[in-house]
Design a protein around this ligand. Structure first.
Ligand SMILES: [Zn+2]
Length: 96
């Protein structure tokens, strides 16, 4: 398995968490009027927490398999074009 495959697995998992958090917000828009303020706030903050944790994991939870430096932001902003770790220059597309 190439390092990039492991990184992409992680990235997809974290993106799913972000998507779930976002889906909670969208769902809340539609059911807002049927909820009591307490339940509304509980769901709102839960959604915020899931969304926040997902984003956080996306940036700090993705590490270089070789040097363990945090490279999540590089992977996310490069949109799949990052071919090597910015720190140790390991080729992420070469199988180990
Ligand atoms: Zn590295």
């Amino acid at each position: 398995m190439r390092p990039i495959d492991k990184i992409n697995q992680r990235k997809n998992l974290y993106l799913i968490i972000v998507a779930i958090g976002f889906a909670v917000f969208i769902g809340l828009i539609f059911i807002e009027k049927q909820l009591s303020p307490f339940i509304y706030k509980t769901i709102l903050y839960s959604g915020l927490a899931i969304f926040g944790v997902g984003n956080l994991l996306l940036y700090v939870g993705i590490r270089c398999p070789m040097c363990k430096s945090i490279i999540g932001y590089v992977i996310v902003f490069s949109a799949g074009k990052a071919e090597q770790c910015p720190r140790c220059k390991v080729d992420l597309y070469r199988s180990q």
